[in-house]
Design a protein around this ligand. Structure first.
Ligand code: ADP
Ligand code: MG
Length: 680
């Protein structure tokens, strides 16, 4: 055991493990010493002290040590059979509280492994069934040796994701052997993220920590490494992009001035700042790549209009892509409203409907508003100079790239109403410059948000009717969790009929996913014009609806929506001068559900909400796994750690500053993900 190996040594060439084991490891993707060391434990067990045998069911797993006193196949064999063992605490006193039953279904091999008399360690959640405490399919380990220097007991032990053909114990022994035998020098990374913490020590502590607290230092170390690589990619991509020769546009500002003078209001300071930042970008020869963030209703559309006019004034065309039909229509209406007087040619292009702002045009549109339909080349773009993408996170990187490629290095402006926590703008959106509209237009009414558990429908309708009487309008939203769109439509219809009766003599509209195209547009139009005073809807109104007169939103079963989604929905009200009311109705008694809803009741600040969302749900759920590069990340949860993300970014910038083409870091260079930006 005095052998040492380099980290990149190939296991098949060493004689540490048997040939059979090497094959199993290889099948599990482990070929080198480092491959195995890079499989970090999924959890740890502190086997210096075990949990007491439980006396009741528990939703957290317990770790027990005991002796198998009874083991037998039960049931009728075949499919309904199972293997049952009884494990008793080591203490030797056989009270029933000191024992627990474990069962395995459809796992006949277990009976060949565990027998009465074995000393065993169990890990699982106990439940109560017919008066007994049971753990079904616990993780387990049979203790063979007793005595000094054990890898498996009397210490904090790692538990790994399984590799087929190798037991947990054996796997642990292998890692133990390698982590102690690997040459420390060979574990050094090309960029040391923390000079005060040797990397070899981090490996040792992550696998066989001396104390639980040490694991977090080790995890942080490797998280920092991972984020450093992510940041290096981002910074690299950003530098590549900046090197591209784009177009310098926005020198002429006639249309912009004319538009500005036609506005009945002044832009907010935040809007002006964003416009200035955009003008600065567009005038530069390198292409703009900017993210415009602002809460719903903060006035992003007007900033986008300014950007569009700069491009048009330079003789280029503009594409504005929105994620839904409704949102595209909404933008189209807004653009037409403000740009028709300036004689700018605007057209709409979606898969359901295309429309040219003016039929007698002999020339191509200057601005095309649309949905995904824009991604397909229809020959409308002769010279696409500006791409505006609304609700960025709903489009994949590929789609974004596809639209951008229809122009020659166009300027790109991405808009999002979903506030993005700082750590994300530093990481996944780190290649974009960011403008933030952090100020609402003046004269907005306050939104009062209240959580109501089990609100009586009569109280709710009384409140709504009162507001409708004063000339306001209301949204009534249902999450509708039915599997099929048909069932959803049916139940939306049922709710709708109920509200028609309750709100009489007011008119009520209905909107759900099954209502398509023209009909949907007609429903929206009726609500916009005030022909209908209330709108019963599923979450399809989430984005892009702008009816300033609507001041009430009642959301049923609100806990079923995500916190950010609720915030988006709520953004539909509070757009006019009237005081607005958002009522979150829930039947849930779950503390987490109420906590979530209370966050909304307490704050209207989108960034605070986004951060709460990230904390409550974790980055995986917030971002979805499709976000490029994130799915494979081991330390995704550190995305909420601003300090760490900043540090990683600083390191990445430092490296690229000193070595812009990573000449001295071939391993890092090799890991860069090829940029999505076309190089032509
Ligand atoms: P967003 O796109 O950020 O959701 P919009 O651009 O659609 O917001 O603006 C929301 C509403 O506020 C619209 O009705 C718009 O006319 C109005 N608005 C935008 N900017 C201002 C401003 N500076 N002053 C007053 N009202 C504004
Ligand atoms: Mg908008």
């Amino acid at each position: 055991m005095s052998d040492t190996w380099a980290a990149n040594a190939v296991l098949a060439e060493l004689s540490v493990f048997s040939a059979k084991e090497v094959i199993s490891l290889a099948t599990g993707g482990v070929h080198t010493v480092l491959n195995l060391l890079d499989r970090f434990p999924k959890r740890y067990e502190d086997r210096r002290r075990f949990d007491a045998f439980p006396t009741q069911a528990s939703s957290v797993a317990v770790c027990l040590r005991g002796v198998v006193t009874d083991a037998a196949r039960k049931g009728f064999g075949g499919r309904s059979g199972f293997y049952e063992i009884v494990v008793q605490a080591d203490s030797g006193i056989s009270f029933s509280e000191n024992s627990i039953t474990c069962r395995w279904f459809n796992a006949p091999y277990i009976s060949k492994i565990i027998a009465a008399g074995h000393e065993i360690i169990l890990y699982g959640k106990p439940k109560e069934q017919s008066g007994k405490l049971i753990i079904d399919h616990p993780e387990f380990e049979i203790i063979k040796e007793t005595g000094e220097g054990s890898v498996h007991v009397e210490r904090i032990v790692p538990v790994y994701k399984n590799i087929s053909g190798i037991t947990q114990r054996r796997l642990r022994e292998m890692v133990f052997q390698l982590v102690n035998g690997v040459e420390k020098e060979s574990l050094k990374a090309s960029v040391d993220v923390d000079e005060s913490y040797p990397r070899a020590e981090a490996y040792h502590e992550i696998h066989f920590p001396s104390e639980m607290e040490q694991t977090s230092a080790a995890h942080r170390y490797f998280a920092l490494e991972e984020f450093f690589k992510l940041q290096l990619n981002v910074a690299w991509r950003r530098r590549q992009y900046e090197k591209q020769v784009g177009r310098a546009q926005g020198k002429k500002m006639y249309l912009l001035k004319e538009f500005y003078e036609s506005l009945p209001f002044d832009l907010t300071e935040a809007q002006k700042r964003s416009v200035r930042e955009i003008i600065g970008d567009m005038r530069k020869a390198s292409p703009m790549n900017r993210l415009l963030q602002g809460d719903v209703g903060s006035g992003k559309t007007f900033v986008a209009l300014c950007a569009a006019l700069l491009a048009v004034d330079s003789g280029a065309q503009v594409a504005l892509m929105a994620p839904t039909q409704i949102l595209a229509e909404q933008h189209y209406i807004t653009f037409r409203k403000w740009l028709d007087p300036l004689e700018v040619r605007v057209s709409l292009m979606t898969s359901e409907r295309s429309e040219d702002g003016c039929t007698e045009w002999s020339r191509k549109p200057q601005i095309v508003v649309g949905t995904h339909a824009l991604l397909y080349d229809h020959g409308v773009f002769d010279d696409l100079g500006l791409v505006i993408i609304d609700e960025q996170h709903k489009f994949g990187v590929e789609q974004r790239g596809k639209l951008i490629q229809q122009g020659v290095m166009p300027d790109v402006l991405v808009m999002t109403a979903t506030p993005i926590p700082r750590t994300l703008t530093l990481t996944i959106y780190g290649d974009l410059d960011v403008s933030v509209i952090d100020e609402m237009p003046k004269g907005r009414g306050k939104i009062i948000t209240a959580v109501r558990a089990n609100a009586k429908v009569s109280d709710v309708s009384k409140f709504i009717k009162q507001q409708l009487k004063e000339g306001r309008q209301a949204y009534i939203v249902y999450p509708l969790v039915e599997e099929s769109e048909n069932l959803k439509a049916q139940s939306a219809k049922k709710e709708y009929e109920g509200w028609q009766k309750r709100l009489k003599p007011n008119e009520v509209g209905l909107l759900h996913g099954k209502i398509k195209g023209d009909e949907k547009e007609a429903v929206m139009q009726a609500f916009r014009s005030g022909e209908t005073q209330a709108l019963v809807a599923t979450s399809v109104i989430e984005v892009g609806v702008d009816v300033p007169n609507a001041n009430i939103m009642v959301i049923y079963d609100a806990e079923r929506f995500g916190i950010s989604q609720l915030h988006q929905l709520r953004g539909r009200i509070g757009r006019g001068a009237h005081k607005s009311y958002c009522i979150l109705v829930t039947k849930s008694k779950q503390p987490e559900a109420l906590e979530k809803l209370n966050v909304l009741a307490e704050t209207g600040d989108g960034f605070k909400i986004a951060e709460a969302d990230l904390k409550l749900r974790g980055p995986g759920d917030v971002l979805g796994t499709q976000q490029s590069g994130l799915a494979e990340m081991k330390f995704l949860e550190y995305l909420a750690d601003v300090e760490l993300v900043r540090e990683a970014r600083r390191l990445a910038d430092e490296v690229l500053q000193s070595d812009p083409i990573l000449e001295n870091y071939p391993e890092l260079r090799a890991e860069l993900v090829e940029s999505e930006i076309p190089s032509s």
